[in-house]
Design a protein around this ligand. Structure first.
Ligand SMILES: Nc1ncnc2c1ncn2[C@@H]1O[C@H](COP(=O)(O)OP(=O)(O)OP(=O)(O)O)[C@@H](O)[C@H]1O
Ligand SMILES: [Mg+2]
Length: 406
């Protein structure tokens, strides 16, 4: 069928024709905003899930809900910035949010105060000569300028929350790829929310990221557990997977045979990204207003080579030979989370020798640690891909010796 009418969205963060299976999280977000608006407290959330399950899409839905409720939204995609760059990014985004909330010409006492605290927040970085404040608001004294990220961000959140409350509005920070925040950065956000909850202010932070065990210690951890829910999203139930596949086609007047849907669910296991990619390929194969099982069978090859050539491949392309060998050894052991010691054994090494490689892979977001001592792939089905990409185990030492002989 014609590719212009193809209703599937196999692209990172692309809002699908219909978002299925996320009603619980969407409701929780609506409740969160409504309660904060009324000066009540509510646990915020950090959505967790593997690559391609729809975390970014969900944050996009939150954005729509927040906008409809007239909240100001600050969208941030975290990356591995040092604390100075983080502060800089926060400053410019929160400043923009304040200006949207209240144009400068109409600043009240509270809005001006928030602006001054923001200036102080930025200036305390500026003193280290790193970036200069791009507006002429004098910095507040004694607020936002302690030089401690957590304390400073807390002051900013409180001031901004008060400015928003005065206007009967709210501010929501939506942070994607939370696992890339530095520890001090995540702790600072949590600390800030801790204070605004106590003050019952309409400002919050909602995150999404890989299902990393919260790498937080001490106080921050105990706050985090009280202040946030950590809902995990994953593959869709069979019923929802069916909807995700069938309904976009119906919009274009195309109907799936039941056995075609069954096969598609079996192939994709209901993973949102896989469903979109398979749907997309099937669309190209089917020739009438009806999709038959045979169309899905034929599309499967193009679907698999598309995944191998892009979704999976981009991860492998970023890996060094040693990292690749590590992931191949993990794949040898199967799809489940694997113990560091077992992977090392497959590689013929000691845990301590390959520990740094494992840490690098976690840092890059290719592996995550579901529980202490274990690591798993962040990409669904990556173990099978590794076996296809490297049919034989890779033993790094042997490889090196071979190269010398050549
Ligand atoms: N609820 C849903 N129903 C149907 N399709 C969905 C749903 N959520 C996401 N998708 C589709 O799945 C794909 C992945 O979505 P998204 O980019 O949001 O995942 P992600 O979890 O953010 O992945 P990553 O960790 O790689 O950033 C997209 O093609 C999107 O259109
Ligand atoms: Mg994403």
């Amino acid at each position: 069928m014609d590719s212009i009418s193809n209703p599937y969205t196999p692209n990172a963060g692309a809002a699908p024709e219909i978002v299925v299976g996320r009603d619980d999280q969407l409701d929780a977000f609506r409740v969160l905003l409504s309660r904060l608006e009324r000066g009540r407290t509510e646990q915020s959330m950090i959505i967790t899930g593997l690559r391609g399950v729809g975390k970014t899409v969900l944050l996009g839905q939150f954005l729509d809900i927040a906008n409809a409720a007239r909240w100001e939204v600050v969208e941030i995609e975290a990356s591995k910035h040092d604390d100075v760059r983080f502060r800089q990014a926060m400053f410019s985004q929160l400043k923009a949010a304040l200006l949207r909330l209240s144009p400068r010409a109409r600043w009240s006492e509270r809005s001006r105060r928030a602006a001054e605290v923001l200036s102080a927040f930025a200036v305390s970085v500026d003193l280290q000569g790193t970036f200069s404040v791009s507006w002429d608001v004098p910095p507040a004294e004694g607020l936002g300028d302690h030089g401690d990220l957590g304390m400073d961000l807390t002051d900013v959140f409180v001031a901004l929350g008060e400015a928003a409350a005065e206007q009967e509005r709210g501010v929501a920070l939506l942070v994607d790829e939370v696992q890339f925040l530095g520890r001090a950065q995540l702790e600072a956000l949590i600390q800030a929310v801790h204070k605004t909850v106590q003050r019952r202010l309409p400002i919050t932070f909602v995150g999404a990221g890989l299902p990393q065990i919260a790498e937080l210690a001490g106080d921050a951890k105990s706050y985090a557990e009280r202040l946030f829910k950590f809902p995990r999203i994953g593959s869709l139930s069979d019923e929802d997977a069916r909807k995700a596949l069938v309904e976009p086609a119906l919009v274009e007047g195309v109907v799936f045979d039941d056995d075609a849907v069954e096969l598609a669910i079996e192939i994709t296991q209901g993973y949102p990204y896989f469903l979109q990619e398979l749907g997309y390929q099937v669309w190209g194969v089917a020739s009438s207003g009806r999709v038959h099982r045979e169309d899905v069978e034929i599309a499967k090859e193009a679907y698999e080579s598309k995944l191998d050539g892009s979704f999976f491949r981009v991860r492998l392309d970023r890996a060094t030979p040693l990292q690749t060998a590590y992931m191949r050894a993990m794949a040898e052991l199967g799809p489940e989370p694997q113990k560091a010691a077992d992977v090392a054994r497959v590689m013929g090494r000691e845990s301590t020798q390959v520990g740094p490689t494992r840490a690098e892979l976690i840092d890059m977001g290719l592996l995550y640690t579901p529980e202490h001592g274990y690591a798993a792939f962040t990409v669904p089905d990556f173990d099978r891909f590794m076996r296809r990409a490297a049919p034989e185990l890779i033993v790094p030492e042997v490889q090196r010796r071979k190269r010398k002989d050549e």
